[in-house]
Design a protein around this ligand. Structure first.
Ligand code: GDP
Ligand code: MG
Length: 177
């Protein structure tokens, strides 16, 4: 286990994908360091962050990759997806367009990644309920159709962030163990 030693039983590469400004970097900051910043520039240049969690008495190191602004130039390369066993497909619940682009991101992901990859659809910024532009029902329907896990999160309020990442990691663990 993780306690009292540095032994790592598993390393699970997980990638964050989705349009720019949906909150990918802040979801990662929240999960890996329990931090949040309103300044979106603060994490540009970061390749990945890690956090080790305990699943089923095993030490699981989550290595979570962030696009670090590449999505603005459609330059997410196959190296980014290589070896990924998990993916978070992130949209902003206040930006319909970011949700409408999910199909395209999913296609890109499925074209590059392992066929057993665990994918979660994440509707971020759930704290901005008054500006909601994507209903929970629409997202659930898409997730069901495409066989994805689904959760709404707020990196700002730390709502469901832990649950979203832990669900993906636990499902990966079930696949590989
Ligand atoms: P990325 O381009 O997908 O990595 O998006 P960022 O993580 O840089 O976030 C873009 C902007 O949205 C920043 O100003 C963040 O502070 C803000 N943001 C991220 N997550 C949330 C959230 O859950 N709620 C709110 N209200 N703002 C958020
Ligand atoms: Mg970012």
């Amino acid at each position: 286990g993780a306690f009292g030693g540095n032994k790592v039983d598993y390393v699970f590469k997980t990638v964050l994908i989705g349009d720019s400004a949906v909150g990918k970097s802040q979801l990662l900051a929240r999960f890996s360091r329990n931090e949040f910043s309103m300044d979106s520039k603060s994490t540009i240049g970061v390749e990945f962050q890690t956090r080790t969690v305990e699943i089923d008495h095993k030490s699981v190191k989550a290595q979570i990759w962030d696009t670090a602004g590449q999505e603005r130039y459609r330059a997410v390369t196959s190296a980014y997806y290589r070896g990924a066993v998990g993916a978070m497909l992130v949209y902003d619940i206040t930006k319909r367009q970011s949700f409408d682009h999910m199909a395209r991101w999913l296609e890109e992901l499925r074209g590059h990644a392992d066929k057993n990859i665990v994918i979660m659809l994440v509707g971020n910024k759930s704290d901005l309920e008054t500006h909601r532009d994507v209903s929970t029902e629409d997202a659930k329907e898409f997730a069901q159709m495409e066989n994805l896990y689904f959760m709404e999160t707020s990196a700002l309020e730390a709502t469901n962030v832990e649950q979203a990442f832990l669900t993906v990691l636990t499902e990966i663990y079930r696949v590989v163990s």
